[in-house]
Design a protein around this ligand. Structure first.
Ligand code: ATP
Ligand code: MG
Length: 622
């Protein structure tokens, strides 16, 4: 369809319009959630294209999740049907992999986590001469090595073993040597880890001036969403590429939630120094949430800090007086069941604000809802389990935002293990999986020719799909098949899976409830949001049940979760929860207590607790 003149700028407020049409080479928008930052970024890209100020292949838009990258691409295409798809919209990791494949002979395959830990444990054993290295140490080493790569430190970097490193519990001066051994193995075996992508790409660009010039020449217009989440490697990469380009970034330091991956919002705060003369724009109108949701979320993020509060003021433009619903339940199963019931009520067009049957003057649900209007958010992936069970039982359609759910299904898992083994990326777990799968294949009528296994991926899928009758599994196969069609080789498919690049995830058009971690919900919005597991130890999260690593980051996470809600927000918690197989008493999250009681309705769990059947939860699903 032809582009309607003015369409791109329609409805934007003056500040948004100013950002879209800014003549400055460098523009930074700092604004709170739901103020239309991403929408403004998209509009600027569309506007530059429509005004012929930029060609689509000159535009690079970097984001943090595939979902965000996909949405960006979709929105640009809807504005600019011709050429819009030539814009590069990708995650940092996805973009770097693309660059490496295009401009170097990079043939290394991305490892899954279990293989990475295996290689690392072996390297640690070889270097230390120990027969066994405790899991705890391997995981610390793993985090440390990731951090080295995020900070662009090679093995043996003279900065290693400095005061920061020595402050790490269990740090051992031998770690740099393990890093070196680990990295050597990766090179020899043609493997790469996640952090390698940015590191190797950065190295490639900074060591090859000609190539860098070529890439800079191509990406004359650089856009970065969620700039507050950059880590050092990503920051240096952006600065390298944006030396003479136009750069447009948006961010909100209050939503910085990747500190555990080395992100540092100070890079965002430095933008004005890094790009002197840049234009800085603030947006103050929120178009997403009701005033109540905004007020409550500010109480959590500002905690009575008046100065901060003033700087953060943004105004709701959405009507709605529903209070925040704070609901206690008996246990994790009860929590999931209760959430399911509310959803059923909403979809049935019934009042559903309260978890009880009350229909007071302010009970909610004044319109009919679709399943896709609801999102269930949680801090840790394991929490999904109770919801998956409850929703399956109740027949509530749902989708999980991450690949974990379907790639771990028997059948899918078998096949992927098989592919990895043949591509020399198999872990011990893969080999065990394969051994079990083999009798399955042999049971098929035709003898399986192993050379066929090395043929086209489509062929493999056909072989393995023969045995699949299960409806749910069939859907997963279908998904894998469609995905396989999009990639030139099994290797590329595995890389894409590792990067979580399935564009079908979280398709908005699907009539399903979305289940996802708070991290995955970043940048998204839903009419009704359930933030579940609002308990101390869960959010704020404490790995060992006691100490919270970064309380401020946990608070920001809580804030991010709350601000996903458009009309209604539920904060739910369980009085008891099964943690590591043991039932524990839980205490409501301290963040919930920062919300003024006038803004909320409180619902207590029933006193009589039915015995929970949490024993039959099948952990192997995850
Ligand atoms: P977050 O910080 O959570 O990423 P954001 O600032 O990027 O939020 P957007 O997702 O761009 O916010 O916008 C939030 C919602 O407000 C979207 O539904 C968007 O379409 C809508 N919106 C943005 N600007 C306007 C406007 N001028 N008029 C009407 N709706 C708008
Ligand atoms: Mg956004």
């Amino acid at each position: 369809p032809p582009v309607v003149p003015g369409h791109i700028l329609d409805g934007l407020n003056p500040e948004q319009g100013r950002a879209v049409k800014s003549p400055s080479r460098a523009v930074v928008i700092q604004a709170g959630p739901g103020t239309g930052k991403t929408r403004t970024l998209t509009a600027r890209i569309a506007w530059l294209l429509r005004e012929n100020k930029a060609a689509p292949e000159n535009i690079l838009a970097l984001t943090f999740t595939n979902k965000a990258a996909g949405e960006l691409a979709d929105r640009i295409e809807s504005f600019i049907p011709q050429g819009g798809q030539l814009v590069t919209a990708a995650t940092f990791h996805g973009f770097c992999l693309q660059m490496l494949k295009r401009y170097s002979d990079f043939k290394r395959g991305l490892m899954e986590d279990d293989l990475r830990l295996e290689v690392l444990a072996r390297a640690a054993k070889a270097v230390t001469g120990e027969k066994k290295v405790p899991k705890r140490i391997v995981s610390k080493l793993d985090a440390w090595i990731s951090r080295q790569k995020q900070q662009l430190k090679e093995p043996g970097d003279e900065r290693q073993g400095d005061a920061t490193d020595n402050a790490i519990e269990d740090f051992d001066p031998i770690w740099p040597e393990v890093y070196e051994a680990y990295d050597r193995t990766l090179q020899e075996r043609g493997l790469a880890d996640f952090e390698d992508l940015i590191f190797i790409c950065f190295r490639l660009f900074s060591q090859d001036a000609g190539l860098l010039e070529q890439v800079r020449e191509q990406y004359k217009f650089i856009f970065v969403d969620e700039y507050q989440d950059l880590n050092l490697g990503q920051y240096r990469l952006v600065r390298l590429l944006a030396e003479n380009s136009h750069i447009f970034v948006i961010g909100d330091p209050d939503q910085s939630i990747y500190g555990f991956r080395g992100s540092d919002s100070r890079f965002f705060n430095r933008f004005e120094q890094d790009f002197p003369g840049c234009e800085k724009i603030r947006l103050r109108q929120n178009y997403r949430s009701t005033q109540t949701i905004l007020d409550a979320s500010f109480q959590v993020i500002c905690t009575g800090d008046e100065v901060k509060n003033e700087a953060h003021k943004i105004y709701a433009s959405v009507d709605g007086k529903q209070k925040i619903s704070i609901n206690e339940t008996a246990g994790e199963s009860a929590e999931a069941v209760a959430v399911g019931k509310i959803i059923e009520k909403g979809v049935g067009g019934l009042s559903f604000l309260s978890m009880d049957k009350g229909t007071g003057p302010d009970s909610g649900g004044d319109r009919e809802y679709a399943f896709s209007d609801f999102a269930v958010l949680y801090r840790t992936r394991q929490q999904a389990l109770a919801f998956v069970k409850a929703f399956e039982k109740a027949g509530i359609p749902f989708q999980t935002a991450d690949r974990e759910h379907w790639i771990h299904m028997a059948g899918i898992k078998d096949l992927l293990a098989l592919v990895r083994i043949f591509l020399n990326r198999g872990s011990d777990a893969d080999r065990q999986q394969f051994a079990q799968f083999l009798p399955g294949i042999e049971a098929l009528s035709d003898p399986v020719d192993t050379s066929a296994l090395l043929g086209t991926l489509g062929g493999w899928l056909d072989i393995a799909a023969l045995g699949q009758t299960d409806e749910k599994l069939a859907a997963a196969w279908q998904r894998l098949n469609t995905l396989a069609d999009r990639y030139p080789s099994p290797c590329d498919l595995l890389d894409a899976l590792r990067l979580d690049q399935d564009p079908d995830f979280l398709d908005k058009r699907v009539e399903k409830v979305s289940l996802m971690t708070i991290h995955a919900a970043k940048g998204l919005e839903f009419p009704v949001v359930f933030l579940t597991g609002c308990e101390n130890g869960m959010i704020p999260f404490a790995r060992d049940g006691k100490s919270v690593e970064d309380p401020d980051e946990e608070r920001r996470l809580f804030y991010v979760a709350m601000t996903r809600a458009k009309e209604m927000l539920y904060l739910t918690y369980a009085r008891k929860r099964r943690i590591f197989g043991r039932e524990q008493q839980r205490i409501r999250s301290c963040f919930v207590d920062d919300i003024e009681t006038e803004l909320a309705r409180y619902k207590k769990a029933k006193k009589r607790v039915k015995k929970q059947k949490s024993r039959d939860i099948q952990l192997e699903l995850f």
